[in-house]
Design a protein around this ligand. Sequence first.
Ligand code: FA5
Ligand code: MG
Length: 450
Amino acid sequence: CLRLFSTSRVQLKSISVNGNTYPVSDKTNVTEPILNLTDRAVYLKPSHPIGILRSVIERKLNEPHEAFEIYNEFKPAVTVHENFDSLGFPDDHPGRSKSDTYYLNDSHLLRTHTSAHELECFKNIKGFVPGYEGKTDKPGFLISADVYRRDEIDRTHYPVFHQMEGGRVWKREPNGGHLAKIKEDVERLEKALADDPVKLLVEDNVTLEGNPKQDYMTLEEVDLCSRHLKRSLELVVLEVFKRKLASMGNVKGEELKVRWIQAYFPWTAPSWEIEVFWQNDWLELCGSGLVREEVLLNAGYESNQTIGWAFGLGLDRIAMLLFEIPDIRLFWTLDDRFHSQFKEGTINKFKPYSKYPGTIRDVAFWLPTDGTLNIIHENDLMEIVRNVAGDLVECVKLIDSFTNPKTGRKSMCYRINYQSMDRNLTNEEVNQLQDKVRDTLVKLFGVELR
Ligand code: FA5
Ligand code: MG
């Protein structure tokens, strides 16, 4: 078993995250550069693009009723139970693997999504958990936070990004009183959409076939609850993108295309994703669905009493598009030439202050012949580069891979683009980084460099 990530902190017997200490184990794969981001909370800064976007959405969803309690202080270290088990992830779900997720140890990890806090927030709603007084009267919640995933490296992927989770529940009432309430709210949302000068063109061909409802819900409940979810999210999309259209000089007569597509999440049924058509491309914004009753029961709710929905919205890609930010790393820069350009409540176009040239280096190698390794998981290679070069790497791509037909040996070649957002890199500096990447590959994987 390879001991991949020997950063100084991981060699210690324990790791500290946000003031808490976690003993390390064989499962530990979190790295120093990643741990250093756990205190940043850029989404809380009122004049950071992610913070600006977060407030715009919070305000929209809470108008005019303040139906959503806002939680923005949850820390990124959570239990495996919170992130996966409580939501019904099967044991063999790929999201649980060490190649996709940063583990602190066997029991704790850096949350991979804001859904990790759903249970706690459902529980906090007063009047739903028998014998528990609860913490808020609001029947919904919004959770914004940084989330962590081991992933590839390029302009739109970073190991940390941001999500906003939303949840909303209704208690069943005898004689269908809850249906009348949901209906009234759906009509309010539909009116707000209809009254807006900017029109949403919505495509929705998803049926319950292959995306079935839960037995405990009636068809009418499913219909009303999904309409409430979908119209709420459409209103968010409209609010955000119409500001962008306005800033581009288009105000009236504009149309914006969105579509609903079938999705699958272990803790919702049925499930959907919403995408927006922007500059000739469909952009995935959000996963969502009607909350599975198991989750509500796990939160302590009584069976057959409650229906509700949840969504998880990615903030970074929307913010990149709205503010015209060309590289996702910029969200993490400390450079004042970035931060001075944004102010609370305003969506404006980012003016690149400079573009420093990148330096390309290839690394080619043979995998070991002794059969110990058939393939290097791409995320492991990405992690090595990230550990060595941090934010000085813009992009890593596999450009060649072949197997020698005679010897059966496999060769791979990766292209790395070293580029700083803030300054020029010297050749010497790049060579040093590249040498370190090469050395680490040999040390950890026993590859033969070419
Ligand atoms: C989830 O994370 C679910 N927790 C969403 C959810 C919540 C579903 C509640 C149902 C109920 P997913 O992995 O698809 O799903 O991510 C949700 C959104 O986060 C995506 O639609 C996308 O906007 C954003 N996102 C996902 N991966 C990345 C990434 N690597 N970089 C930037 N944004 C990402
Ligand atoms: Mg998705």
